[in-house]
Design a protein around this ligand. Structure first.
Ligand SMILES: Nc1nc2c(c(=O)[nH]1)N[C@H]1C(S)=C(S)[C@@H](COP(=O)(O)O)O[C@H]1N2
Ligand SMILES: [Mo]
Length: 360
């Protein structure tokens, strides 16, 4: 299916996690209050990441890799739980389910077949370009990024289509990268671009999804397939991008990020609907104008730039008051959706005075 041993679909998340003693040992897990955030205080031990077909190996940063000073978490992110639950007590979703169920339009429009349709796709190694309105444009490999300080964060994931998971990520806060690149005074937004690789991504090929190939013009650095303009693009306001919760994810369950979940690098913005969390990022640009995202271009009436999880602002096709939370293949139960996906204390200040129905 997706390279994972079949048993992983059955095992409980607790077992999957707690059995990985090597992982827990190498990550001095500190308890911080309020949100499920743990920092890796020690360096990675080389060679402890499990080898899996199709997975990108996590290289070991040099032993000097410590948390960079001067970025103490904001009070709202100081808080504590173990890594099997989020800070509200919701158990994490199984690894097998996280890898098989979801969206990745480059490969599939069916969420139940996402992992299957990504198949044995092996993404190239990370060569992340940072450019636009920055003092220091740069290209980073995965080990360059991890040197900025990897953390573990258990986040709720809420798709705009009302399904939800709880995912134990590892990754680097985007803010650390932006501090390295130094946005200029003119920078107001961050634009993220996904991978364009029609040869290996069937959703990017003319004629995909029942469109007529002759109606799908390519060229000009972008490929248009029906309503979709590739590559996938997302954007954040600069202050959202600098928020402590905004993560560049490199792994899940302490393992390298699986191709189905957006390897080698994907964004995670836990207070926004899932489509903001772009997979397989190839470049990040600081820009002056609000970027037009993939979904704003494809279905403008249904998807806005902000996409904050909000039970009071219905989507044209889905009321957003409730969600089905999945722990494994069977949905656990239907639960009320929380304002900003439960991260209201941490992020509401970003939108003070803003009409959230208008800015959906
Ligand atoms: N490049 C890319 N990123 C993407 C998507 C996509 O189709 N392509 N889908 C988004 C949507 S709609 C969701 S809900 C999440 C799903 O992430 P998951 O499959 O890891 O749960 O990825 C988001 N990121
Ligand atoms: Mo989604």
């Amino acid at each position: 299916m997706d390279g994972e041993e079949p048993a992983a679909l059955e095992i409980t998340p607790e077992r999957a996690y707690l059995n990985r003693r090597d992982f827990l040992r190498r990550s001095g897990i500190l308890a911080l209050g309020g949100l499920a955030i743990a920092r890796c205080t020690g360096p990675y031990v080389p060679g402890t990441a499990p080898a899996e077909p199709g997975a990108v190996p996590v290289p070991a940063p040099p032993s000097s890799a410590e948390d960079t000073a001067g970025d103490a978490p904001t009070p709202s992110t100081v808080g504590a739980t173990d890594l099997t639950h989020d800070e509200l007590g919701n158990p994490v979703t199984t690894l097998g389910f996280i890898r098989s169920y979801g969206y990745y339009y480059e490969f599939s429009r069916e969420r139940v077949r996402m992992g299957e349709n990504v198949g044995d796709y092996a993404p190239p190694k990370l060569e992340l370009q940072i450019g636009g309105l920055v003092e220091r444009p740069m290209t980073l490999r995965l080990d360059d990024l991890l040197r900025l300080g990897e953390e573990q964060r258990v986040y709720r994931h809420r798709c705009v289509e009302c399904w939800a998971m709880v995912i134990p990520w590892t990754g680097v806060p985007l803010r650390r990268l932006l501090e390295e690149a130094r946005p200029t005074a003119a920078a107001r937004f961050v634009r993220f671009e996904g991978r364009l690789d029609p040869k290996r991504m069937p959703g990017q090929q003319p004629g995909a999804y029942g469109t007529r190939p002759e109606d799908d013009p390519g060229g000009m650095g972008a490929t248009v397939v029906g309503p979709y303009r590739w590559p996938y693009v997302e954007g954040l306001r600069l202050d959202e991008a600098l928020h402590d919760l905004t993560l560049l994810a490199t792994g899940i369950y302490g393992r390298p990020l699986h191709p189905a979940n957006g390897a080698p690098l994907r964004l995670v913005v836990p207070w926004k609907y899932g489509f903001k969390s772009i997979k397989n990022i190839t470049r990040i640009d600081l820009v002056e104008e609000m970027p037009v995202s993939f979904w704003m271009a494809a279905e403008p009436l249904e998807h806005g730039f902000y996409a904050n999880v909000n039970p009071h602002v219905p989507h044209p096709r889905w009321a957003q008051e409730k969600e089905a939370r999945y722990r494994g293949v069977c949905p656990e139960r239907v639960e009320p959706t929380l304002m900003f996906n439960g991260y209201e204390d941490a992020v509401a200040r970003l939108y003070a005075g803003m009409d959230l129905a208008e800015n959906y």
